[in-house]
Design a protein around this ligand. Structure first.
Ligand code: ATP
Length: 524
């Protein structure tokens, strides 16, 4: 460990006297906010002006000072003097030394505050009293260490502090400890399970919970999914659009819609951008996508349902066959999976350290199965699904396992769903009275996309709506959108949080929603 005390023998007596004085002075020292508050000490405190609580930063002045990122600090910076702003993760005082671990997102580094010719005992004491999770500014020398520092991402160097300022202090009473919230989730770790922070405690204190390295990585990766989605589709000539979230009528039937008061009347929160994407196609946008909030008033208390989630939706005109669109969506997923695998290695590694993540497998081009083939595979293992029945959730999961065993892929497309289980606007299959031009896509045996060719003929659409018992007057403006000619088109809707959950093999969608909304939770 670098940075040992350098007392000279001849000055030992004098130094001891000085230290006694400094100790006394440090007891008197006050560390409060307000005006720039360095420690008021007698002149014996050689560190006066080098530590304390900074006044509240209100942008009164600009400071020309280069700050280093924790992740940049390696042996290459040895002997350099650096400034770092980071969170104090842990602090441990030992005699004349105080060891701090600073954290910046998922990166950590050790800081040594050590009594020396530059650092007083009062400063060390001040350091040891800073509450965990406070934000500090440290001026320090980067020093190589003889042996690796366990538990820090920057394990070949430490910082020898010469200045230490508290920028924003944390309440010392933390409702959860970041170390506990970061513990690996291993079923065989009995001790770990006892300390494990409960999901509700995490979500109640989400700001703290989100500070764990795994959460930092999960939400970086989630941002990556949106970026990769946009990049791929933009590259294929799609236009990003924004659809209204306040709508006059329930988009997909009335049951699971939130009603909001709207001046003297009421309106609804959109359950899908579906109808508006289609209207954009009728308005000649040709290929559109949108990323935005989708609301479902379903009392579904499951590991994969939220009442508000982020929809990644797309719609595309085609020439002759809706498979032109299925191919684009399949390629879109492959490009997202490749992007995550290649550009988010570090994040995936970090997440692996806390959660048991099985690598996600996929085929390029993706596997497309017919609904009837899926039924056959299930029948072979004794699970019967009728030709006009939907797959139950357990049947979907089982089929996912059978597909994985047979084709070694965690992603596949199931095409040609029974007409009876799809919405009224789904184009019936011209070759079978009970089938439709519709598809679902699955990751690890769970649905992540539903899509179809939509009916673009207003007469046929009216007929199908009536067949479903829908009040035509309520959807007239939707039907009218196709009155003036509309290209054949198909599309689909994807749930962002589900994609991230299933790509990583996590067990709950609340882990991939920053501030989840479910039937029992609308806070924080
Ligand atoms: P499920 O059968 O799983 O409830 P759904 O058939 O209602 O889903 P769609 O309306 O087809 O789903 O929505 C398209 C996609 O949006 C789904 O494949 C899924 O990825 C996502 N999704 C749907 N409902 C939810 C929800 N409540 N919470 C999170 N994501 C959802």
């Amino acid at each position: 460990m670098a940075g040992s005390e350098t007392d000279k023998p001849e000055s030992k007596k004098a130094a001891k006297k000085e230290q006694k004085k400094a100790e006394k002075a440090s007891k008197k020292a006050e560390h409060r906010g307000g005006d720039k508050q360095t420690v008021v000490q007698e002149e014996v405190d050689i560190s006066v002006g080098k530590y304390g609580v900074l006044p509240l930063i209100r942008s009164e002045s600009k400071v020309e000072r280069k700050y280093h990122k924790v992740c940049e600090l390696t042996k290459d910076n040895a002997e350099n003097e650096v400034w770092v702003r980071a969170r104090l993760q842990t602090v441990r005082a030992r005699g004349k030394q105080c060891f701090i671990v600073l954290r910046q997102r998922e990166f950590t580094i050790q800081v040594l505050v050590n009594v020396s010719d530059k650092v007083s005992k009062a400063m060390v004491k001040f350091a040891s009293n800073i509450s965990k999770e406070s934000i500090v500014d440290v001026n320090a020398k980067v020093a190589k260490v003889a042996s690796e520092i366990a538990g820090c991402t920057q394990n070949d160097v430490e910082l020898i502090a010469t200045e230490l300022w508290v920028v924003s202090s944390s309440d010392p009473q933390l409702p959860l400890q970041i170390e506990d919230a970061s513990r690996p989730e291993k079923p065989e770790d009995a001790e770990g399970l006892n300390i494990k922070v409960k999901q509700d405690t995490r979500l109640d204190n989400r700001v703290l919970d989100l500070r764990t390295s795994a959460n930092q990585a999960i939400f970086k990766l989630e941002g990556g999914v949106c970026r990769l989605f946009r990049e791929y589709l933009t590259g294929k000539g799609f236009t990003e659009i924004h659809t209204p979230k306040i709508i006059p009528a329930a988009s997909e039937g009335g049951a699971n819609v939130f009603t909001v008061s709207y001046f003297k009347g009421s309106a609804y929160l959109a359950q899908s951008p579906q109808l508006y994407k289609q209207m954009a196609i009728a308005a000649d946008f040709d290929r559109v996508f949108t990323v935005g909030a989708v609301f479902r008033a379903e009392d579904s208390n499951t590991h994969r349902h939220l009442t508000e989630f982020v929809g990644l939706d797309l719609e595309m005109a085609f020439l002759h066959h809706y498979h032109e669109v299925v191919t684009v969506i399949g390629d879109l997923f492959i490009s997202i999976f490749k992007g995550l695998r290649d550009q988010f290695k570090t994040e995936i590694n970090t997440i692996c350290q806390q959660f048991p993540v099985e690598p996600f497998t996929f085929l390029d081009p993706p596997l497309i199965l017919q609904f009837d083939e899926g039924r056959k595979m299930l029948a072979e293992v004794g699970v019967e699904v009728g030709p006009e029945e939907d797959l139950s959730t357990p049947a979907e999961k089982l089929l996912g396992r059978l597909v994985k065993a047979k084709y070694d892929t965690d992603f596949y497309i199931l095409d040609k769903y029974p007409l009876a289980v799809r919405p009224f606007y789904t184009m019936p299959d011209p070759n079978s009275p009970i089938s439709s031009n519709s598809y679902d896509m699955f990751m690890r045996g769970e649905e992540i996309l539903s899509g179809a060719q939509r009916i673009h003929d207003p007469k046929f659409l009216t007929e199908r709506a009536k067949h479903h018992g829908i009040d035509i007057s309520k959807i007239q403006s939707y039907i009218d959108a196709f009155k003036y000619g509309c290209p054949p088109h198909a599309g689909g809707g994807i749930g962002l949080e589900r994609v991230v959950m299933l790509y990583l093999g996590l067990d709950n969608i609340r882990k991939t929603s920053m501030f989840p909304r479910d039937p029992k939770r609308v806070t924080p």
